[in-house]
Design a protein around this ligand. Sequence first.
Ligand code: NAD
Length: 435
Amino acid sequence: MRIAMIGTGYVGLVSGACFADFGHEVCCIDKDAGKIDGLNHGKMPIWEPGLEALVKSNAERRRLTFTTDLTDGVKGAEAVFIAVGTPARRGDGHADLTFVFQAVRELAKVIKPGTVVVTKSTVPVGTGDQIEKILREEDVIDVSVASNPEFLREGAAIADFKHPDRIVVGAEDQRAQDVLKEIYRPLFLNRAPILFTGRRTAELTKYAANAFLAVKISFINEIADLCEAVDADVQEVARGIGLDNRIGPKFLHAGPGYGGSCFPKDTLALLQTADAAGIDQRIVRTTVAVNDERKAAMADRVVRALGGEVAGKRVGVLGLAFKPNTDDMRDAPSIPLINGLIDRGAEVAAFDPVAREQAEKVFEGITFAADAYGAAESADALVIVTEWDEFRALDLDKLAAAMRGKTLIDLRNVYSREEAQEAGLTYSGVGRGKL
Ligand code: NAD
């Protein structure tokens, strides 16, 4: 099939490359000329494991092309996916649909009858209806509009796309269903469950999924706080409950609060949808508040571990990206933590295996180290913020020797108190007994 992908970011590029790998002919479109030029020269705009090889092999076979020209890009396409950003609108947290509607208006000028327009961007309930209305206003006839929310995780995006837990397709007509079934046929043959639903249901399913995962994280974070007060270990509690099939072990890792490009904005957007519908979502509302407070409190946790004062002290930070295996800094917990420390007069030296370039755009007044030991150099405290694999097997003796102080604050519970103590470090984890 011929597919056009409008928006070549994390979702558009990964989806486009995977569709091409299924054997479809895909054109990825983006208005960011630098991004498209880079891709046409084999340069990836994001860091995602396996992406470069996948893009290159499909681009070499001419199954995957890149352009800034929407007219050119959608020529002959049977399906046009929209994968542009839907950030939180400043002030109210509503999903900002400016990019989506802009793309639809541009598309309306060139789209041919019989095409299926598919939103892959995360969009509030009713956006498909609004897209149809715009197309009608622009005198576009005989075009289907479907919703196909994306559930991939950054850092494991290609595997997630090729081996999804499920594919959700919200379609209001047979043509949209048939075209999407054909596009996903290789996964269908692999027995990936495909759920056909109404369009509004598909749109809401994506928000409900992210909100539920956010609730799970905030739940275990609050249990971690309780563990610290009553001298229990949250990791053992998480294992104890996670082995129950009804609960499951995933998303039960206590830490500095969730961040990233999806959970913070999608929970807020869900609340906006609920407000507009007059239905309060108290659990999600509380989750958002719990998480915001938690992220803001992480700097204080470091200050406490350093005896109540960080002015003039040096803090090493390991990991900046919002999670491992990505360079995405959007809403990363490292941001309020580091800014909070700098505001209190600390010096910060940070290291992240891949996010430095993105982090340089976010932080002012911090230094970047070349590796974990460089970040520990002369530090009064070292904070593990992102659980990159390479931070799981650090030489703690070497770290302790490089540091000036001896405080290890492990916000991801990567190490045990005992192994840190053996290296002469004072250990502070999350939810692991009395602080
Ligand atoms: P992104 O910011 O990485 O990419 C969006 C791209 O769209 C940018 O390159 C931008 O230049 C381009 N764009 C904007 N308007 C355009 C237009 N009119 N024409 C052409 N290109 C245009 O965003 P992302 O992280 O890929 O997210 C895209 C959508 O997918 C969002 O709705 C997001 O919520 C959803 N989503 C993201 C993830 C994730 O892990 N990042 C996972 C699932 C769903």
